[in-house]
Ligand binder design. Structure first.
Ligand code: CUA
Length: 343
């Protein structure tokens, strides 16, 4: 299967989904919290189990034991106080540690201003893909609308002038989704009618994968996340290209492909900037040819897969909201050529 190939070449670096291998300060804070909580609860588990084992062995029934019950203790003030105070203290300490981490990983978003090296993106969860609206970069308004593949610049440590934090505003268009790229950030839900915020600053370049982490319907498992952490120059170049209108068809075949696209109902849902296609319901296709995958990370973005997808999306991703439009093979080929040319 094509999907297997995709996962195979992405596997080496990107398939690492471990929270114990963080690539951003906020993911590191969450890892540290997990380790501390694991140690505290592990110690409690150990103590309880040791006392239990000791009691089982030490007070086991023996033939020589007298048949009388051991002395019964009721309402012992010191014991009552001890087993109320000790757990309360443990819980209190855990609450403090969690609150501190929460404080650390959820800074308030600042006002965008020039030269702030800060990226503001709105992520909208939809059944079953992600829309990314780039709002501000470095104090400059952006109009980029991307789908499924989030590009962000690499950051330096907080406090350095290479610090380039991302503030991701999380919204949902339908049901509850959850944004989780384990090596970059904590898991945060996208809830209809609510705005949640996520912030992190990636310290490593490369591709980071994740997955919608809240059951959101039949294709929940295929609502994959891809974050490309680019060098500052790569990111600037990517953003500048995405801000442009779609390229004009360079030859007759592509012109016919564009015609076929605009003639069909594609335009009701999809947008291609610079053409009459203005739909906003489905993924923006202005630069669809520059993406690595289709169908929210499911399959590599090749002409063959594009044809397969347009011919019948319900075979590739059953239940998704795009129907099969019964296009002729000729139109399928032309449209796929045209879309692939939209770099
Ligand atoms: Cu979206 Cu699960």
């Amino acid at each position: 299967m094509a999907r297997g190939v995709l996962l195979a070449d992405a596997r080496q670096a990107a398939e690492n989904l471990s929270i114990f291998d963080p690539a951003s300060p906020s993911a590191t804070a969450i890892r540290d919290l997990a380790v501390v909580v694991l140690f505290i609860t592990g110690a409690i588990f150990l103590i309880v189990e040791l006392v239990l084992l000791y009691s089982i062995v030490r007070f086991r029934r023996r033939p020589t034991t007298s048949p009388n019950e051991p002395p019964q203790v009721y309402g012992s003030y010191p014991i009552e106080v001890a087993w109320t105070a000790a757990p309360a203290l443990v819980v209190f300490v855990l609450v403090l540690i969690v609150a501190r981490t929460e404080w650390e990983v959820r800074p308030r978003p600042p006002e965008p201003r020039e030269g702030d090296n800060t990226l503001f993106v709105t992520a909208v969860g939809k059944q079953w893909w992600w829309e990314y609206r780039y709002e501000w970069w470095n104090g400059r308004k952006s109009n980029v609308v991307a789908a499924n593949e989030l590009h962000i610049p690499i950051s330096g440590p907080p406090g350095s002038d290479q610090h380039r934090p991302l503030f991701l505003e999380l919204r949902s268009a339908d049901v509850v989704h959850s944004w989780w790229v384990p090596r970059l950030s904590g898991k945060t839900d996208l809830i209809p009618g609510r705005v949640n915020m996520l912030s992190f600053a990636p310290l490593e370049p490369g591709l980071f994968l994740g997955q919608c982490a809240e059951f959101c319907g039949t294709q929940h498992a295929n609502m994959l996340l891809r974050v490309s952490v680019d060098s500052p120059d790569e990111f600037e170049a990517w953003l500048a290209n995405q801000e442009k209108d779609a390229v004009e068809p360079a030859n007759e075949t592509l012109r016919q492909g564009q015609k076929a696209f605009l003639r069909e109902t594609c335009v009701n849902c999809h947008r291609i900037a610079g053409t009459p296609a203005r739909g906003t319901y489905a993924p923006d296709l202005t630069h669809v040819g520059s993406r690595q995958t289709l169908a929210s990370g499911m399959i590599p973005n090749t002409k063959e897969n594009l044809i397969r997808w347009i011919r019948n999306p319900q075979i590739v991703k059953p239940g998704c909201l795009m129907p099969a439009f019964q296009l002729s093979d000729a139109d399928l080929g032309l449209i796929a050529d045209y879309l692939t040319s939209l770099k």
